[in-house]
Write a protein that binds this ligand. Structure first.
Ligand SMILES: Nc1ncnc2c1ncn2[C@@H]1O[C@H](COP(=O)(O)OP(=O)(O)OP(=O)(O)O)[C@@H](O)[C@H]1O
Ligand SMILES: [Mg+2]
Length: 362
């Protein structure tokens, strides 16, 4: 690999009070975010939460309603997209069908009137790095979806941008190519040290690829943290329920005198002062089956997932109490069929606690 010859160098990106309103819709409420030089950050969240809007604000395609954007401490919000030195891959690759891959990739350089020999060398080098050097004379219809995706990425990289913006770049690929493409993009991005933002609604993709993940919900930034911290210390019940697969169990209840009390008589000691409404989060993979424990119930559903089985356990059935269903992930060898009486061992499970407003209790 001769990546060093491309001499890309990422810059830090800062968003300050950045907001965007379309008519009466707050697509993005004021957000502050600091992305480090060379970092890969994922924007993660459900459909319509403002991911693409934020990306297009950074690219300069949208103008902010409020706030500022800085690249390397220089304010850029008044700059035209082409003067921002940003490479972007859209969800639909938008390759020109009648152009060869070569001409597609070279297009940004043609617009910039880069000398032909320089353009040829750069296109060839980027294409070789992406493993499409041999098929540059073909048109998009004559190559696979994965190769088209790489051509779109090459087109974004050939300008040697300071920042790379990727909007769901893998969503058109089948699962296997997707896994491979994830690894390739990550390797390339590291090699080039280019500051990158990847938009995705796929948490597995975000957690696998990003240094840090910004989780959005309804135009709000809910948390900006490493994959490790998102999983182990979700900032609120939205992140707790959104990140992690299968999702975390969230049990509503109250904290009283250092004990959490939820439905179905579920009661646990917690290390929290003060009383009030609370939500307890327990990850399905943290709960064990236990012979003759205190949290007795019955298996309602058993879903085979291959190496593991996801059990839905109904607690408190038979008691004169509202029931409670907990998801429990067990090894395939420990799986039991629906109808089996079980009890749950919660002793080793991390207890995520959230206050009445859904915010994590430290
Ligand atoms: N040009 C526009 N005009 C009016 N409303 C818009 C426009 N673009 C986006 N919106 C609205 O702003 C909100 C955020 O949209 P955005 O495209 O940023 O979502 P997203 O997180 O990228 O979702 P998806 O995962 O579906 O792509 C949505 O409610 C959307 O309907
Ligand atoms: Mg989008």
């Amino acid at each position: 690999m001769r990546a060093a010859a491309l001499e890309l160098k990422g810059v830090p990106v800062a968003l300050r009070g950045l907001a965007k309103r379309f008519g009466t819709v707050d697509a993005l409420t004021p957000v502050d975010l600091d992305i480090e030089a060379g970092e890969l950050v994922a924007f993660l969240g459900p459909s319509g939460c403002g991911k693409t809007t934020t990306l297009l604000l950074i690219a300069g395609i949208y103008r902010p309603t409020a706030g500022q954007i800085y690249f390397d401490e220089t304010q850029v919000d008044h700059l035209h997209p082409r003067d921002r030195d940003v490479g972007m891959v859209f969800q639909s690759y938008a390759l020109y069908p009648h152009f060869t891959l070569f001409d597609n990739i070279a297009f940004p350089l043609t617009i910039q009137r880069t000398a032909r020999n320089v353009a040829r060398e750069r296109v060839t080098r980027v294409a070789e790095m992406l493993g499409i050097g041999e098929i540059l004379e073909r048109r998009p219809s004559q190559v696979s979806g994965g190769q088209q995706q790489r051509a779109a990425l090459a087109r974004a990289l050939v300008k040697q941008p300071r920042i790379l913006l990727l909007d769901e770049p893998l969503s058109n690929l089948d699962a296997q190519i997707r896994l491979q493409a994830r690894g390739e993009i990550r390797r390339l991005q590291r090699q080039m040290g280019i500051t990158s933002i990847l938009v995705t609604h796929d948490q597995a993709e975000a957690l696998a690829m990003a240094d840090r993940v910004a989780v959005f919900c309804q135009g709000r930034l809910e948390q900006f943290a490493t994959p490790h911290d998102l999983y182990h210390a979700p900032a609120n019940t939205f992140v707790a329920g959104f990140v992690g697969h299968p999702p975390m169990n969230l049990v509503e209840g109250r904290i009283e005198n250092g004990r959490f009390r939820g439905a179905a008589g579920l009661e646990l000691e917690v290390d929290v002062e003060g009383d009030g409404p609370a939500t307890l989060g327990l990850r399905p993979e943290d709960i064990r089956l236990d012979a003759g424990g205190v949290h007795a119930g019955e298996v309602a559903i058993a879903e085979a997932l291959g190496r593991e089985t996801l059990l839905t356990v109904e607690l408190g059935s038979g008691l004169q109490l509202p029931g409670l269903q907990l998801k429990v992930l067990v090894a395939e060898t420990e799986a039991v069929p629906p109808g089996t009486a079980v009890s749950l061992d919660l002793a080793g499970a991390a207890r995520h606690l959230f206050d009445g407003e859904g915010r994590r209790i430290p």
